[in-house]
Design a binder for this molecule. Structure first.
Ligand code: ZN
Length: 204
């Protein structure tokens, strides 16, 4: 998705959009570095000039922080959203931002919600993204000892990639939403600007 992008279907349901402007995978599902047995994917920040550190990413739908930790957040959609798997609530974990916004933060679709980073046991700047179906139900540990959200889903079945430039997609079946409208009103009115300005004042 693009910064500020908003999209609804013909019934006014928001379409869940992939949160980065470019899609460049550095580690896939079940990756041998740190994703054994889990559906999380790591993405590098990317831009028109290539690799981009502290790369911004955006709210895939109207959402709120339902779990906050020092180096990751879990966000949940405020309503069911249109995904490649149908209309449903979604939950997603974003990790390694230097300064993830606090519990209860709300965002409108398209708002800045974080940056790629190196916070929390990582070797290089990236976004660790894990998505799940339904309301937040916590994490569980799989047999390999890795952790993921309860009811985890494939990233490519959670977010549509409209207006995302795919640079390294690992052969996954990334999907485009067919149609889509720009909403004429905002469903919610959040004071997100304060947070966005705070983030923007950093050297990014
Ligand atoms: Zn990861």
């Amino acid at each position: 998705m693009r910064a500020g992008q908003q999209m609804v279907d013909d019934h006014g349901n928001q379409v869940a959009l992939f949160p980065l402007e470019y899609l460049y995978i550095s580690q896939g599902e079940n990756g041998s570095y740190s994703h054994q047995g889990i559906l999380a994917i790591d993405f590098l920040g990317w831009g028109q000039n290539g690799r981009r550190l502290l790369c911004p990413y955006y709210a895939p739908c109207d959402c709120k922080v339902v779990y906050h930790a020092s180096y990751y957040n879990v966000w949940e959609s405020l309503a069911p959203v249109v995904t490649p798997n149908g209309l449903q609530y979604i939950t997603f974990e974003v990790a390694h931002d230097d300064n993830p916004p606090p519990l209860g933060t709300t965002a409108n679709q398209g708002d800045l919600i974080g940056h790629t980073g190196t916070n929390g046991h990582v070797t290089g700047d990236h976004l660790h993204l894990n998505s799940a179906i339904g309301h937040y139900q916590g994490f569980y540990t799989v047999s390999t000892g890795k952790r993921q959200l309860v009811n985890s889903s494939h990233i490519y079945n959670t977010f549509y990639v409209n207006d995302t430039k795919i640079k390294r997609g690992y052969g996954y079946t990334w999907k485009l939403f067919n149609g889509g409208n720009v909403p004429t009103y905002r469903k919610y009115n959040f004071k997100w600007v304060l947070y966005a300005n705070k983030i923007r004042s950093r050297n990014v």
